[in-house]
Design a protein around this ligand. Sequence first.
Ligand code: SAM
Length: 280
Amino acid sequence: MNTPTLFVVATPIGNLQDMSTRAIETLQQVDLIAAEDTRHSAPLMQHFAITTPMMAVHDHNERQRSQAIVTRLQQGQSVALISDAGTPLISDPGYHLVSAVREAGFKVVPIAGPSALIAALSVAGVATDKFTFMGFLPAKSSHRCQVLQGLQEAVYTHVFYESPHRIMGSVADMLKVLGGERHLVVARELTKTYETVHSGTIAEIQTWLTADSNQQRGEFVLILAAAPVAEKAAMDAATDKMLLVLLEQLPIKKAAAVAAKLTPHKKQALYDRALMLQGK
Ligand code: SAM
């Protein structure tokens, strides 16, 4: 390793055979491995006979450790960053470190490999030409519903990470906010023994999860398809009709406010729509 470099190394999300040769060689050759949790990564190191010293770099010490790692690079050493699973920085620590190293003028090289987000998208069978990765939904139901409200008319696929503690709550909130008909894919325990990829409407997914508590265990990626165009058009037609009736009796602002209480649409969007309906 001639040029001091920070390698950002993807590791398996379950199946150790997904570890690339390049990842193994890099971890063997660097001077230091910055790991999210050194105890968690110990079995991986053992399996691939990697004896490189490790340093813990996690959410709580990342800024301080970034400086120590920049110092190592200044001394001519190379460092690898790994997280507990998958690609570092994807819902994992590393952003502060990578930006500090880049700012200090050192090379940052990706050793590409597994990520649950991409693995799930690759088998979900939903449109992947454009998608939005949302990370984890908020833990609190009220905040979660707020986020989901913004997706009522989503024109792209949305991808979420989810934990076993919150899977039922999140699906229940999706049902509440988005209705039962939207297409949802659950990608669970990818690359592991109990790997399951199951799709259906939100209502069907809730029934399926409720019927078998084993399906509520493990690690999840949720893939929410875009709102169906036909459904959206039908909803728009119904909303237009409602707005036209309200506009016969009420000023435009009031009509939009009443319609906002009766439909999932935002007041401003309804106001703009009412203006258009009035030909203004
Ligand atoms: N950096 C990782 C990556 O590239 O996928 C993600 C880290 S994030 C802290 C952990 C979350 O990723 C889990 O809670 C789960 O939502 C998702 N995840 C990780 N491994 C998974 C797997 N094997 N199957 C399904 N989801 C997984």
